[in-house]
Design a protein around this ligand. Structure first.
Ligand code: 5AD
Ligand code: SF4
Length: 439
């Protein structure tokens, strides 16, 4: 039994991308204003919220099996509230409640500001795309201290319509948040101890807005944020190659607070496949863009996303992808087997044989992990910044993220979370680095 005099407990499970991690935090804050506190233990929750992802297949199946597992809990405690949020909620809508009557509410990513009211009213389905900025309607979070690194959503949605992708349908058209709101949220985060902000958006570098001196691009926004005293590191994700404007490349050249790390999905190295995917650039244009970015910031680490087995992909197309990977040299990368998504242009196209796609994925992943290992081992001997996040495994040890997002363990008995230190990297382990404090 739950103690009714205590605060109500909210359990959130987040699937998928960083946008969802940010959205889950904001929903937790919104529900905090309704008297809910987060719990890590689903069995003691008064409300369970599943924040779902729809980018690849089986997401809906995973949701339904997770919901199935909640049945005994709901049977035991009928007043337990169960909510489904995120992109599966958007895509499936009321169908979720038809299949799973135990679900009390279904809320799409554009309707989170109406979540508290829905809970008060006992549930429902809300997958509308409102015109207002949902973040303005979410209550301001309590003035609690934050972890030293935080996310800030500056842009949502996508107008690119890559032939494989559901995002334009689940997250809607591209919308940029206004400069003043972004600056205010960033200042608020910094006032609460945040030293590193990762700017988020499905097409984050497509952000644009009206600054005090006219129309701003994303590079200009980064320069404005870099002016905030106490904010020491800026990152952003995810970008489209066609939106890498000159002012953003210049920001990488000129702005030391902008970390030397760029996630720039290319998906394929074959012009034929890039065209079929509707990516609107060639492999060569991507490579020339990388040249310009590296000329601006020679120590930048590049990461990417790849899809293998896109409809029509031949052995030659796959070889072109491997060549592109060899030529660029990525610090790390995500690679996926193509998964047909209902409602997308590529859905009905003839699929590549599944075993062939599996073999290509293995080959690409082997190459990418060799590059990742080399990039990580190449850090040994280098001097890097590390932002401490928490104590490490050993007494006196701290762990934090390097400029390149590697986890770094450092012996630093005097240090505390939030300290930004200079470190010489001494060892590379499979998933982390070790270093010693400088100065
Ligand atoms: N199949 C496989 N991978 C996909 N991605 C997006 N849609 C699909 C799909 N239908 C991958 C892309 C994208 C990343 C977030 O997910 O590589 O960049
Ligand atoms: Fe999807 Fe393409 Fe938009 Fe990225 S750019 S979110 S892959 S449609």
């Amino acid at each position: 039994m739950t103690d009714k005099t205590a605060a109500k407990k909210l359990f959130i499970k987040t699937y998928g991308c960083q946008m969802n991690v940010y959205d889950s935090q904001r929903m937790a804050e919104a529900m905090g204003a309704e008297g809910y506190v987060l719990t890590e233990d689903q069995s003691e929750a008064d409300m369970v919220l599943l924040n779902t992802c729809h980018i690849r297949e089986k997401a809906a199946e995973k949701l339904y099996s997770d919901l199935g597992r909640l049945k005994p809990l709901k049977a035991e405690r009928p007043d337990l509230k169960i909510g489904v949020a995120g992109c599966v909620a958007q895509a499936e809508g009321a169908e979720i409640q038809r299949r799973m009557p135990l679900v009390d509410l279904v809320v799409g990513p554009q309707a989170y500001h109406r979540l508290p009211a829905m809970v008060r009213n006992g549930g429902g389905v809300d997958t509308e795309f409102p015109v207002e900025d949902k973040f303005d309607h979410l209550p301001r979070p309590a003035a609690t201290r934050r972890a030293p690194a935080a996310f800030l959503t500056v842009q949502e949605g996508c107008d690119k319509f890559c032939a494989f992708c559901v995002v334009p349908y689940t997250r809607g058209a591209e919308v940029s948040r206004p400069v003043s709101r972004i600056m205010a949220e960033a200042r608020d985060l910094v006032a609460r101890g945040v030293r590193e902000i990762t700017l988020l958006g499905q097409n984050v570098n497509g952000w644009h807005g009206q600054g005090e001196d006219g129309e701003w691009g994303f590079g200009r926004l980064i320069r404005a944020l870099a002016g905030i005293h106490g904010l020491d590191r800026i990152r952003y994700t995810t970008s489209h190659p066609n939106d890498m404007a000159d002012d953003l490349i210049e920001a990488h050249r000129l702005e030391p607070k902008l970390m030397p790390y760029l996630h720039l999905p290319v998906q394929s190295g074959s012009d034929r496949i890039l065209r079929a995917m509707n990516r609107k650039h060639t492999a060569d244009e991507y490579l020339r863009l990388i040249d310009r970015i590296r000329a601006a910031r020679p120590d930048i680490m590049l990461t990417s996303d790849f899809i293998v087995g896109f409809p029509g992909e031949t052995d030659e197309d796959h070889a072109a992808t491997l060549r592109l990977v060899e030529e660029v040299g990525f610090g790390t990368a995500f690679s996926f087997k193509y998964s047909p998504r209902p409602g997308t242009p590529a859905y009905d196209r003839a699929e590549v044989d599944s075993d062939i796609a599996d073999a290509r994925l293995q080959e690409l992943q082997a190459l990418l992990s060799r590059q990742q290992k080399a990039a990580q081992e190449g850090m040994v001997g280098r001097e890097l910044g590390v932002l401490f996040e928490k104590p490490g495994r050993l007494p006196g040890q701290m762990v934090g993220k390097s400029d390149y997002l590697h986890a770094v363990f450092v012996d630093a008995p005097q240090a505390k979370p939030g300290d930004l230190v200079r470190v010489r990297i001494t060892h590379s382990a499979p998933n982390s680095l070790a270093g010693e404090l400088l100065g």
